[in-house]
Design a protein around this ligand. Structure first.
Ligand code: HEC
Ligand code: HEC
Length: 201
């Protein structure tokens, strides 16, 4: 059985050395301090963190720590993206905490009203069970700590993310698990997984 813990140790240690410690969600985010930035984010990630932009993830309801890590990976260049690279370069550690706290507290995307391909969802559910996706992403795929929420994420973005892990183009501290998980899976299987998770009830 795959375990989620070991690969968090090293990057966390590196960040502790650099003086940056992730804070848990106990302190309320200072929304006034990030007001202008939130308008920028909304332009691509949607109102209330629910994206209507192709290949762009919804951020609402993602675990606080997951969001903080991803912003730090973008800022350091560990996770390369031509849009998020320049945007994250301007963020202070305080901004990262406030932005992550803000989006983590928003209600996650609502369930899809209808599934246009239930057979594909069923196939995806089987592949998810065989690969124990819930062992890290939690039973409802809501994610926890540095593990992403994947339930009701945009289907196009889920497929892109899975393909990026498989191809080794998405890097960062916590990706070893996902590279491992996606490596043996075929594109058709990743499509089924993306459809299943996007339509998760
Ligand atoms: C110009 C469009 C654009 C803007 C503006 C933008 N983003 Fe993004 N963001 C993206 C795209 C596209 C991705 C997906 C990158 C990829 O495919 O790896 C992304 C990814 C992310 C992720 C990773 C989420 C995940 O599920 O992996 C976070 C966190 C994020 N953005 C936060 C923000 C925040 C906070 C702001 C505002 C300060 C912001 N973004 C502004 C386009 C944008
Ligand atoms: C051993 C733990 C583990 C297992 C098993 C696992 N994941 Fe993940 N997954 C993670 C972690 C950790 C991340 C965040 C990685 C990063 O920082 O990029 C992640 C990220 C993702 C993302 C990117 C989400 C985003 O918003 O960017 C997707 C999609 C995903 N996983 C789907 C799956 C699917 C589907 C399965 C089963 C086939 C699976 N995962 C199994 C730990 C796991």
């Amino acid at each position: 059985m795959r375990r989620c813990l070991p690969f968090f140790g090293l990057p966390l240690f590196a960040l502790m050395l650099s003086g940056l410690l992730l804070q848990s969600a106990t302190a309320a985010p200072d929304v006034a301090a990030i007001k202008d930035k939130l308008e920028l984010c909304a332009g691509c990630h949607g109102k209330e963190g629910i994206s209507e932009t192709p290949n762009t993830p919804s951020l609402a309801g993602q675990p606080d720590q997951f969001l903080q890590w991803q912003l730090i990976y973008f800022r350091s260049g560990a996770r390369a993206n031509e849009l998020m690279g320049p945007i994250s370069a301007d963020l202070s550690n305080e901004d990262v905490r406030n932005l992550a706290g803000y989006f983590a507290a928003l209600p996650p995307p609502p369930a899809a009203t209808s599934d246009d391909n239930p057979a594909l969802s069923e196939a995806g559910a089987k592949i998810a069970a065989q690969n124990r996706c819930t062992s890290c992403h939690t039973d409802t795929y809501a994610g926890t700590k540095a593990v992403a929420r994947v339930a009701r994420q945009r289907e196009d973005y889920l497929l892109k993310a899975l393909m990026d892990y498989k191809a080794g183009t998405r890097t960062g501290g916590g990706v070893a698990a996902m590279a491992d998980v996606t490596y043996p899976l075929k594109e058709d299987e990743l499509k089924a997984l993306a459809h299943y998770l996007a339509n998760y009830k």
